[in-house]
Design a protein around this ligand. Sequence first.
Ligand SMILES: Cc1ncc(C[n+]2csc(CCOP(=O)(O)OP(=O)(O)O)c2C)c(N)n1
Length: 706
Amino acid sequence: MKAVLNDRETQLFEGLTRDQLLASHRCMLLSRKLDDKEIMLRNQSQIFFQISGAGHEGVLAAAALTLRSGYDWFFPYYRDRALCLALGVTPLEMLLAAVGAKDDPASGGRQMPSHWGHTAYNIVSGSSPTGTQVLQAVGAAEASVIYSRVQQIPDRASRFNEDELTYVSLGEGATSEGEFWEALNATCVRQLPILFLVEDNGYAISVPVEAQTAGGDISRLVRSFPGLHVDSIDGTDFFASLRAMREATAYVRARKGPAFVNARCIRPYSHSHSDDEKLYKTKAERAAEALRDPIPRFTEFLRANGLVTDAELAAIAADVEREVNDAATLALAAPKPSKSTAEQWLYSPDVDPTSAAFETPAQPEGKPDTMVAAINHTLKDEMARDARIIVFGEDVADVTRKDALAVVPGKGGVFKLTHGLQRLYGDDRVFNAPIAEAGIVGRAIGMATRKLKPVVEIQFFDYIWPAMMQIRDELTMMRYRSGNTWSAPVVIRVPIGGYLRGGGPYHSQSGESIFAHCPGIRIAYPSTAIDAAGLLRTAIRCDDPVLFLEHKHLYRQTYNKGEYPGKDFMIPFGKASLRREGDHVLVITWGALVQRSIVAAQQAEKDHFSVAVLDLRTIVPYDWDAIAAHVKRTNRVVIAHEDQVMCGFGAELAARIGGELFEHLDAPVKRVGAKNVPVAYSPELEEAILPQSSDVLKAIRETARY
Ligand SMILES: Cc1ncc(C[n+]2csc(CCOP(=O)(O)OP(=O)(O)O)c2C)c(N)n1
């Protein structure tokens, strides 16, 4: 058998050598046999979950020939076993994930198998929510563009390749997710170098494509997106797939725009080990699918064209069998993570924002100014220091149409926090995003995995909810779920809170406790201009995701103004500030309730109650040492926050104080917060709903007199 084909055959076989064709065959077979092995191990309860790539091997083996491991960027979904094998992930590494081993390179035993991740090959850690990876891929592709354009990034040349692309794959079911459409829109708005591969196996668990996608073919729906190269192919046909993927990748690499390929596959092994497709697919349908199985199809092609003998096929199969069995033997014997490591890798093990390194002295300059000025100034200084900082969100740019910049003052955010940043640092680093909050956070995650430093804005806390999936399931978990191999240290700045007289239910919300319930994110909540500057700088310079809550009502007050504390001033996270000394009652508070508590404390003085006010400044982590020290001194505690009392963060503090400091208490812990209703528009109602100084005063008196 000859190693290289003649001209006629070269044309016929798409220019691939016999060795390449046999390697693709082996890759497909290896993928299938690994699935078979995992299914067997699952039936023996030696692994705990199985989801197969069976039926998808054809398009993936073909795609692998057009993609470059460790050069392009990859956001594969769980059926991409064949692709990941071709990129370099070994059968042993895959099985280490299946057994939940300590040395599983994708997650160190944190994630289910087939949730790929490998830093050596630029395979970014993937998760289980259908479709979240698509927005992150957009961010990764934006990183390509940013690295290619922002000359000030010192090591940018080592961080991208001129013609690299970002590959992202998903099932046809996942295209129903809003995040998919947000991603496609953002991609086409910016004409990013992305290749979307939809692996359409006709079903999303039990739901067939016609009930999932209008008209039953996603490629028809996306054809009107400007600049998008669209193709639709039989993904069980290796050569049709290869042609389509070559065309698509060439289009993207030439920077003509993004590409989209819909590849129709089959899914012969049901959705996962816990599904049985016989419950909803007829025998006839399953038989018809079996005829399209890409592995027998490709094997038959090789045999029919005299490229391989039966004996050679048998030898390949035996070799694959041996490789899979050897890998399984090693994986089953591999050490599991020790129980003592269960809490490892929630945060960066290298950069500790609670440490003394983040306690730097203020060097005040200028006149006392507002929190808006302090945050704006900090952003300007930090962006000058680090060209990897990227600011985007809704309305954050000065202008989108650059010509206008010379003749208009610029918007710079609905609250003006980002005003002038675009003018200073250009529109590659400061730009507007479509109104798509999941998109803002998801794209930021993708950028952060490529070591940019996104500092994004969600316009109002009330509208953070579309991003909740990206925050809760992606941002906060990236480091943990990848065993510290990937991280997403994004800063999300969010105007929050009420007391606006007329903010109504959708411009007044609080809700920090909801995010405090998401392990893996830090939460800062400054109440003064100086704290805002110091905490924002810590947020930006630390290596963890940070939710930076900026109270709208505190933006422009006079009582919390301060002199700008200088371009290196930082406040460590988890260090409360005692705003007022006092011996009888301790008020623990943050945000807009700090000033209200100070006023209440001043009034309580008239009753001869000496009241201390402790401003937590950060919610995660919170300063337990300071709380404990002051509780031991005052023995009486009021917790005052703007958020509803019901499940507010005060509940956590009260429970812990009750549990750990019970013997130091002379009165029950009292909580002050909003009523358990939305914040109503009418100022009278708003006043009744949100906690006022008088409410704090009442609680202080009751606690003091108890
Ligand atoms: C956001 C979200 N909703 C629901 C699920 C549960 N779920 C897991 S896979 C799946 C079907 C996905 O179908 P498709 O995208 O077509 O991919 P396929 O599994 O068919 O390859 C569903 C509903 C999930 N993982 N994430």
